[in-house]
Design a protein around this ligand. Structure first.
Ligand SMILES: O=P(O)(O)OC[C@H]1O[C@H](O[C@H]2O[C@H](CO)[C@@H](O)[C@H](O)[C@H]2O)[C@H](O)[C@@H](O)[C@@H]1O
Length: 381
């Protein structure tokens, strides 16, 4: 009789190898992978939900809600800007983490969105602009600005970022967009009145406005505490603060993280979260990029609509909240921007901002071709 306990791990690694092979094929420009993601989804399900539970636990660890360990922050900080390696067919252990390239399966994404209104949500750093050492110099290219401008002509579009709105607006400079700054705690939309100053945006929601004095107070304390650490930098993002580790020597990361964490002892209403080589202090309220996405869908009139297809593109841990909302709603898709496979709630991937730009361009081309098709059909009638 077959002993399933003995067979299972072997079978699992064989299935993993098959998934990896399929993904490798689907990510290859030679074989754009029609049908493969669905097949992989079935296989993944077969591989068991326990691995997913473990993944979600790991994602939650280090979120600053009490049990967070400085060592786990440091570990994931090390991994947050990993070396530029493409996954290979031999990376069997990572097969559960691989996501099909949104460019290679573009037609499938369009098929999924048929008959629905596409809405695009775009993270900024690492998604629209490449990650750079100096946060003040995270410029997006003119080509990217053009791509975002065109996207916003065809679909409602929002920038969802950890940055404060003023700063991100100075980088993006597109008045027609919605902006959700400070990890969604500051939501503004384009003004509709004719007389409004160009670029002026209307406040839609600020769930953490009462925290403003505290955030400014903590900024001063953090600047004081971190000034002796070479390379450390505190950035005020209005309703949250970022402490940057990117230019700090790795041997000092532990001590710096302890210093940042210690500030919270006197501020129980604040909490710590983590991004790419950054620790962030923010109000301990139930609000994040996922809630901001839901808020914007409501504001745009799509609260209960089944006819909407949100596309959220982001690279950061904080974007996982939005990916999760879409997964739970069973609506639209999340696209992770990453060169390496990572634990994620997103369903697709793009490697870097240049692939994001290509994807946005293809969406616009698709929309324009639909408009042309419709006008030809109307003329024939
Ligand atoms: O939500 P996002 O738009 O991704 O913003 C998250 C943080 O982005 C910025 O920091 C990151 O990008 C910097 C510039 O490339 C890089 O130097 C840093 O290491 C990254 O963490 C921004 O400076 C932070 O305030 C945002 O919270």
């Amino acid at each position: 009789m077959m002993n399933h306990n003995v067979m299972a791990p072997d079978l699992k690694s064989q299935i993993n190898a098959v998934i990896t092979a399929m993904l490798w094929i689907s990510n290859s420009p030679v074989f754009p992978g029609a049908g493969i993601p669905e097949f992989m989804a079935l296989l993944r399900e077969f591989l068991g939900k326990s691995q997913k539970k473990l993944m979600m636990k790991r994602l939650k660890d280090g979120d600053g809600k009490g049990g967070a360990k400085v060592t786990s922050w440091i570990d994931s900080m090390r991994a947050s800007s990993p070396p530029r390696v493409r996954p290979t067919i031999h990376d069997c252990d990572n097969s559960d983490l691989l996501r099909p390239s949104a460019l290679n399966v573009f037609d499938q994404i369009i098929y999924k969105s048929r008959g629905k209104k596409i809405i695009t949500f775009l993270d900024y750093d690492g998604t629209l602009s490449p990650i750079v050492a100096d946060p003040e110099k995270a410029f997006m290219t003119e080509k990217m600005r053009e791509a975002v401008k065109n996207i916003a002509r065809h679909f409602p579009t929002a920038i969802v970022t950890g940055r404060c709105i003023d700063k991100v607006y100075n980088f993006v400079r597109l008045a027609e967009l919605y902006y959700a700054g400070s990890h969604g705690m500051d939501i503004k939309g384009p003004t509709k009145t004719r007389n409004s100053k160009k670029g002026k945006r209307a406040v839609l929601f600020q769930p953490a406005s009462q925290f403003l004095p505290t955030i400014n107070e903590v900024e001063k304390i953090l600047v004081e505490k971190t000034k002796s650490v070479p390379g450390a930098m505190v950035e005020n993002n209005k309703f949250c603060l970022s402490v940057h580790f990117r230019c700090v020597e790795e041997k000092s990361w532990g001590a710096l993280a302890e210093q940042v964490k210690s500030v919270l002892n006197d501020y129980p209403k604040l909490r710590l979260t983590q991004g790419r080589k950054v620790l962030e202090i923010r109000p301990n309220i139930k609000w994040d990029k996922g809630k901001a996405l839901e808020f914007l869908l409501r504001s745009l009139g799509y609260a209960k609509s089944q006819d909407v297809f949100p596309i959220y593109i982001g690279d950061d841990r904080t974007d996982e909240d939005a990916f999760k909302v879409l997964r739970n709603r069973g609506q639209g898709i999340g696209i992770l921007v990453s060169k390496v496979p990572r634990e994620t709630e997103a369903s697709y991937s793009l490697q870097d901002p240049s692939e994001v730009e290509q994807f946005l361009r293809r969406l616009v081309e698709y929309k324009r071709s639909r408009v042309n098709l419709t006008s030809v059909e109307t003329c024939r009638l």
